[in-house]
Design a protein around this ligand. Sequence first.
Ligand SMILES: Nc1ncnc2c1ncn2[C@@H]1O[C@H](COP(=O)(O)OP(=O)(O)O)[C@@H](O)[C@H]1O
Ligand SMILES: [Mg+2]
Length: 369
Amino acid sequence: MITTTDLTKVYRSRGREVTALDGVDLHVREGEVYGVVGQSGAGKSTLIRCVNLLERPTSGTVTVAGQDLTALAGRGQRAGSALRQARSRIGMVFQHFNLLSSRTVRDNVELPLEILGVSGKERTRKALELLDLVGLADKAKAYPAQLSGGQKQRVGIARALAGDPKVLLSDEATSALDPETTRSILQLLRDLNRQLGLTVLLITHEMDVVKTICDSAALMSGGRIVESGSVGELLATPGSQLAQELFPVGGAPSGADRTVVDVTFQGEAAAKPVISQLSRTYNIDISILGAAMDTVGGNQVGRMRIELPGPFEENVVPIGFLREQGLQVEVADVAYEAAGTQTAATAATADTTDAAGAKKTAVLKEGAK
Ligand SMILES: Nc1ncnc2c1ncn2[C@@H]1O[C@H](COP(=O)(O)OP(=O)(O)O)[C@@H](O)[C@H]1O
Ligand SMILES: [Mg+2]
């Protein structure tokens, strides 16, 4: 539904060049919710603005719903009007809502229809229908200042839907909202995705957003996509940074002679009592160092960090057993720090992990600003 090929964007200002996009190949399938995450400055906003040609790419192509938008951009008047037409089929939702304070809620939703030249009566009918769809039928005559943040964003979403788009783009739509409102807006986006068959491309710095509604995700860094795929595929990819951030598991080994293993459960495998089977089959004691369980797209997914007695060489068979059960198994590279007493050493290692984890979250949070 949305494809970018070798997309680059170089900003030139005051003699300085900034490469905001550096060869981005994005592929969003029809009907899916696709999340792009990454640190502040990674190029996420530039990418989404290039997808609807609000920003002109330096090179590469953008295709939306089978139409090459880059070919339409700035090639004479006829192409220009074709581009406007194509753009009206792409809705955009913003972090700070971008509502006109002097207009009522209904008039805000009517705005894009005015620009498209839709007649007054038809505009009003459409606006009221959309306000009903986003749960704001009773606020048509209110002004933005009389609404809560969540209600404002619902108006923003209704306005984005005015041109009957096939695609909805969202740049940090929930970043200015509290957690509860965030959940209700995400639920609305999910409902619209299902009801209208809307393809949603959203940018976020919150992994929870990805966890709650995304079918697929990409991680951006330095203007490039460094990881991408369906959430299921990502979780099944050894060493995936997105998987680790979606399901962080911490925990340090309790002694030097231990093997620490990260196990990812998906679908049916999540319901099997594999750990107790492993313990019984090989007569070994297993400690759980950390775990996270959650539902992604209706499927139960989880990760667990376990500790097996003995070095890796002695655990090749138990690890193979876990793999045979359809689980993704990775040997974690976490060292036991032997200095001082055992408790002190374990605590120190746990602290380092925590510090690193906290730092990552903090960096991702900057994306909001
Ligand atoms: N209009 C602009 N002019 C010059 N540089 C820009 C402009 N917009 C963004 N940039 C730069 O491009 C890079 C990517 O920015 P952006 O796409 O906003 O990242 P993100 O949304 O991931 O935080 C940053 O280094 C930013 O400073
Ligand atoms: Mg941004």
